[in-house]
Design a binder for this molecule. Structure first.
Ligand SMILES: N[C@@H](CCC(=O)N[C@@H](CS)C(=O)NCC(=O)O)C(=O)O
Length: 249
């Protein structure tokens, strides 16, 4: 069975989970906690980022090559358009969102969310036993959060740049989908899947396979309010509603 290493709430693993579920593939998930994950991943795979995906003896450490592999190995419910030209367009959009926009959208959102240390720690530790959750919530503000801020370079100035990038990404979506449903061609493709996963943070669509605890803290409400009337966000919401089957609650 395909194995996936992921965080409970996380942008890049979401891209791969969505592709796996779209194709109806069985997979098992090793859920890691941001922070302690470094000690588990680094010695084993020589990197600290998730997702990591294994299928038999095939090992993948980057998101887009995982999509490429799944598409070639499991062609059911294709995520690539048929025409070579549209395929290239779909990959170009997927690359833009995964490589360029994704880290900035995440940085901007985390700038507003990380002040709510106990909320974020509870969200990431949802699938863990109570003792682990208690320990994680206690250590998060002193150990994990400062490390995250340092690793990602989360500062007010960089968060503002992230907000600008997020707005430009949503503008691009709104422009591209002004008079059509999908970013490339007539069908849902990797372009839509990657763009919607990256921009999920602007919408928190209910089909996301993890339910963030309620009530949302003030920073999250403020972050979502900033985007809630943008037509690009409405498209993200629609993509989740139409194409994201809920795998778990
Ligand atoms: N270029 C990587 C990016 C993956 C990435 O940034 N993953 C984040 C989670 S969404 C991560 O693992 N961060 C933890 C860390 O950097 O220690 C890919 O395409 O898979």
């Amino acid at each position: 069975m395909i194995e996936l290493w992921a965080f409970n709430f996380s942008m890049y693993p979401e891209i791969v989970r969505w592709a796996l579920e779209h194709k109806g593939l069985d997979y098992s998930t090793h859920t890691l906690l941001p922070g302690p994950h470094v000690m588990q991943l680094l010695p084993r795979y020589g990197q600290r980022t998730v997702p990591v995906m294994k299928d038999g003896d095939q090992l993948f450490k980057q998101t887009l090559p995982m999509l490429e592999y799944l598409e070639s190995q499991y062609p059911q419910h294709p995520l690539l358009p048929e025409s070579p030209q549209q395929r290239e367009q779909a990959w170009a959009i997927a690359r833009r969102f995964a490589d360029k926009d994704g880290p900035w959208v995440r940085l901007a959102a985390f700038h507003d969310l990380l002040p709510h240390a106990s909320y974020m720690a509870r969200l990431w530790s949802q699938p863990f036993p109570t003792w682990a959750r208690v320990a994680y919530v206690a250590s998060f503000p002193v150990l994990v959060r400062p490390a995250m801020r340092a690793t990602m370079g989360i500062t007010a100035a960089r968060a503002q740049h992230g907000v600008d990038i997020t707005r430009a990404a949503l503008d691009f979506i709104a422009e591209q989908t002004r008079d059509r449903d999908y970013l490339v061609g007539e069908r849902f493709s990797i372009a839509d899947l990657v763009a919607a996963s990256v921009l999920f943070l602007t919408d928190f669509a209910p089909e996301y396979p993890v339910t963030p605890p309620q009530p949302y803290p003030a920073g999250l409400r403020r972050w979502l309010k900033r985007w809630d009337s943008h037509p690009g966000t409405a498209w993200v919401h629609r993509m989740y509603g139409l194409h994201r089957n809920r795998a778990a609650v």
